[in-house]
Design a protein around this ligand. Sequence first.
Ligand code: SF4
Ligand code: SF4
Length: 179
Amino acid sequence: MARLVMVIDTRKCVGCMDCVVACKTENNVPEGFNRDWITTEVLGKSPNLQMEIRSERCNHCDNPPCVYCCPTGASHIHDYGGVILVEHELCIGCKACLASCPYDARFIHPDGYADKCTFCIHRVEKGMNPACVDVCPTHCMYFGDIDDPESRVSKLISTRKYHTNIPEAGTKPQIYYLT
Ligand code: SF4
Ligand code: SF4
């Protein structure tokens, strides 16, 4: 079975925010909210400082607290690719999942349900990439099946150094940042 992940090369990301705009447009994300965002972090010790620019979103965790805490089953693991999704009709807007997510990846949509990145599953199930991946002008984002040893994402994380965000939270995040 496929396990869909994203690999992002922080050495190629320039922080242009095209991914953020593409997501808002593709998913009709309401004004004042975002499903993805840019984070910058200064790493290293002076004088050897380096700024990492990261395109961040829901990490589609392998151990997702947002799914385990949901009282209605709205928050769930999709049967294709292990993507974490929210069934809008089942969501009662209780915000338990917002509180459980260490990445602050969720928000309550003005229509009353918990919302966040879906890895553009509506595109992916048609064989396309998430919108953010396709629009990136530096081609720093890769999307694919980490269970397939021949996939680009598998080859990248087996040959490059990488980190994930807040691994100590134990959520097993599935976005890998190449360094
Ligand atoms: S990043 Fe947050 S919302 Fe996404 S799967 Fe992990 S815990 Fe859930
Ligand atoms: S806000 Fe919705 S998806 Fe989140 S825990 Fe409550 S019912 Fe589940």
